[in-house]
Design a protein around this ligand. Structure first.
Ligand code: UDX
Length: 426
């Protein structure tokens, strides 16, 4: 059993704090936000994730999980800290590393006097960050020498929102980018209870693995969407095509669901950061750029389809079903539904929106620019056209027969619409 600190209790940090506890470790979760810490102590997660509340309760009951807003306490009681703070997009698209640096400095200060400590970067950061920015900040603040008084590692995560706990306990692989032998053997011990291939590599390799994985998945989606645009014109069902294509074991069936494109906290942001990384190294990353362009175009195409049926959108009543970036989450970050709402509002349309769980979060972004509707059937019945932006199961229950549907998520029932347009399939 190891004693671990998790620094930053956002989505990634909280899942890891709970997960590490449930596989047998002692964990102190730290966050600057006192109300988050207090709510977690009471067993109430501040994020929505299936099974998390139950898992948090079990973890707290065992007495091996604590939460604090004093970083010094978390570091004092642990042998390693996992930095899981945000790396949002800077205005130029690159990864903003200010939170990572601040966390590394704070951990460095808190670990003064320790014989050895391990600083692990969970956040998605450009290759080289762990060994340069993080190790440098920790050394400066702690006065300890890298490789002697402390070690560093990159340990990227591949959690999907909605299935994050399952992804933690049953990952496809665990990637350990260890700065030295000691870091590698410590992390191999931490992950011993998890049955999955464990790959030990250099920190900068592990950091690149994370970007390449996300960029490749985003690329598969954009590829399917581009094929979908063509297939629609040819009168072909894209999903039938990928069903057959995906059976080729060299290709695989996943992440070919064509539709309105990808949103969320990772794909768009990581794609931008990766492209920027290429720019800085003088490498033009054509494929990544194209996949970003296709993703943006899918929104544009939804607008074109609306115009095809309604003409000028000024003053027209348009409904959007789904604001969460995918089902089973209330996360609206870069969600296609929210982005589309912004575009339609800018075009002068009167936009009605529905989401079963994400309305509160959407309000913080869209404010009063749209009309929030509680009953999705009311939205369908009182608008001139509807765009389905999230595949919530309840959208399979609606009656669409009197409206125009631009289906961005392949809802079967929507095919009964007066006019039906699959966005990327015929
Ligand atoms: C993703 C990665 O899967 C995960 O490994 C990483 O750690 C974080 O980013 P997440 O953002 O939670 O996870 O969601 P994911 O299920 O991968 O979906 C991302 C977006 O792509 C969603 O908007 C989804 O609707 C869209 N998508 C996904 C498609 O449009 N088609 C697909 O075939 C798959």
């Amino acid at each position: 059993m190891a004693s671990l600190a998790v620094v930053g209790l956002g989505y990634v940090g909280l899942i890891h704090a709970v997960g590490f506890t449930l596989i047998g470790h002692r964990v102190v979760g730290y966050d600057v936000n006192r109300s988050v810490v207090e709510s977690l102590r009471r067993g109430r997660p501040h994020i929505y994730e299936p099974g998390l509340e139950e898992a948090l309760r079990r973890a707290l009951e065992g007495g091996r999980l604590k939460f604090t807003d004093f970083l010094e306490d978390a570091v004092a009681e642990s042998e390693a800290a996992f930095i899981a703070v945000g790396t949002p997009s800077a205005p130029d698209g690159s990864a903003d590393l200010s939170q990572v640096e601040a966390a590394a400095r704070a951990v460095g200060r808190a670990m003064r006097g320790k014989k050895w400590y391990l600083v692990v970067v969970k956040s998605t950061v450009p290759p080289g960050t762990t060994e340069s920015l993080v190790a440098g900040a920790v050394a400066e603040e702690s006065g300890a020498e890298l490789g002697v008084g402390f070690s560093v590692a990159s340990n990227p995560e591949f959690l999907r929102e909605g299935t994050a706990l399952e992804d933690f306990f049953k990952p496809d692989r665990v990637v350990i980018g260890a700065g030295d032998e000691k870091a590698a053997s410590f992390l191999l011990d931490v992950y011993r209870p998890i049955e999955a291939p464990k790959i030990v590599m250099k920190p900068r390799e592990a950091e690149l693995v994370k970007y390449v994985s996300n960029v490749f998945l985003a690329l598969k989606i954009s590829f399917a969407n581009e094929v979908g645009l063509l297939a629609k014109k040819l009168g072909v069902d894209t999903y039938r095509v990928f069903e057959a294509v995906g059976l080729d074991r060299r290709i695989g069936p996943h992440y070919f669901s064509a539709g309105l494109g990808f949103g969320g906290s990772c794909f768009p942001k990581d794609l931008r950061a990766y492209i920027k990384l290429g720019d800085r190294q003088g490498v033009d990353l054509h494929i990544a750029k194209a996949s970003y362009v296709v993703n943006e175009y899918m929104l544009q195409y939804a607008v074109e389809l609306l115009e095809k049926h309604l003409g000028d959108l000024r003053g027209r009543k348009i409904g959007i079903l789904g604001l969460a970036f995918k089902p089973n989450t209330d996360d609206v970050r870069e969600s296609r539904g929210v982005e589309l709402a912004k575009i339609l509002v800018a075009r002068g349309a009167v936009v009605y929106v529905h989401d079963p769980v994400a309305v509160e979060k959407a309000k913080a972004v869209l404010g009063n620019a749209v009309v929030y509707v509680e009953d999705p059937q009311f939205l369908v019945d009182n608008t001139e056209a509807v765009v389905i932006a999230t595949a919530w199961p309840q959208y399979e229950e609606l009656n669409y027969t009197n409206t125009i549907v631009i289906d961005g998520r392949r809802v079967k029932k929507a095919r009964e619409a007066k006019i039906y347009e699959g966005i990327a399939w015929a």
